[in-house]
Write a protein that binds this ligand. Sequence first.
Ligand SMILES: C[S@@+](CC[C@H](N)C(=O)[O-])C[C@H]1O[C@@H](n2cnc3c(N)ncnc32)[C@H](O)[C@@H]1O
Length: 460
Amino acid sequence: MNSAETLERFRNCLEQLLGLVFPEGHHGLLTEVLRKRAGRRKLDDYLSELETSYDEEEISRLAAELTVGETLFFRHEKQLQTFIQWALPQRQKARQTLRRLSILSVGCSSGEEPYSLAMLLHQNFPVPDWKVQILGVDVNRKALAVARRGLYSSWSIRETPDHLLKRWFLPKGDQFLLDKNILELVQFEERNLNLPNSDLWLPGRWDVIFCRNMLMYFAPEKASRLVAHFARSLADGGFLFLGPAENLRGISQEFSVYYRDESFYYQLAPEPQPAISPLPLPVPRTRRPVATVSAPPRPGLNTELLRELLDNERYGQALELLERLPPSPELSLWKASVLVNSGKLEEAERVCQTLLHQPQSQAGAHLLLGMCRRELGELGAARAYFEQAARLDGQLALARVYLGMLLRRLGLAGLARTHLRQALTLLEKESEQRFLLFGGGYRRSAWQALCQSELERCPK
Ligand SMILES: C[S@@+](CC[C@H](N)C(=O)[O-])C[C@H]1O[C@@H](n2cnc3c(N)ncnc32)[C@H](O)[C@@H]1O
């Protein structure tokens, strides 16, 4: 094989694995990295390995060698001001009931971006009873290790305002150690954003997504897929910030772009466009505030403990808790619910299929199957499952809510209104336990508010 073909193959691997494209000018870099990573292996063998298996560590190393990790604290400062002065108050209002704010920094590199957000939030969002989550994700393991350590060079802090430098950084030799209180506000996860990462993209999960200076390195169709995930997982009215040199032209039509105080930001377009991209509904399903009303005690299953585990997104432990109990259809329903919440849709569907003919759990199983199909973008199937759930259990309020919201999205306003009105009546009597099982643990009042606002958005 000649070297042009070899490089082309390497390029293809990088696009398939990481979503990244390397234009012509990168010959030298690509050749060097290919040789280095192949080591003693023949280039051909190494490429075959890349083509046929997924080695997380190797992918992370390739990313470390090939991606631009350049970043700094308080980069694109105008955007950060827009975030604080414009986006934050709106999200605070929107999340007043849940009292939870979730921010994602995509391609966070060595952490300067999410830590800058943490410092700004610390200063501008002093609301102690709120849960604030800032998550930074990147494929580069080395960069994430730097982020977790929190020790930075003077180059990284070159645009940090003096008062913040004094307050939050401790000089250590010629470096600067970030204060523990800020380190604790940010979590980091190693993620290849070219993979599905379905748990990251649960509907309505994020209030604000920063994805700055990364999309421009992505192949257009990979960028499109990632941005579709953003659209799915941003709460209604949520914000997306891209780098100033990036835009969504040719990548997504689901967002509208806005300009404010010298910076651009994106929000989901006011009306969805199912003909172009039928996305699942932005129904809040995860973020659980601690319940104010206790779930009724049930022999065997400790629902309070389960609720606590789910609140903290400890899905693995929640499943373990369920596995320890004697199997029953009811327990399988709980298991399917946890699987849906953790984004394990295939597994959830498998469990639900076993419950479809069990009288106590068949309505619930249909409802959860509908949620899975909706997440997969199969709106017709989702609708059929929701309808069946509502038929099987006429009191199941959340089946009507999901159905009503889906119908509205499909443009069937009249039908949507009927179901949403019925849902409002049923929600008053719905049990706390069913909010945990099917409603992501959101309180009754949150569902009522959501239903009300859906009704208002149904054109007459
Ligand atoms: C230039 S940095 C951006 C840092 C920060 N967002 C900023 O604007 O200052 C781009 C980051 O994208 C990350 N990246 C590139 N491809 C990725 C992928 N497939 N999955 C996750 N991260 C990726 C790189 O590792 C790098 O850290």
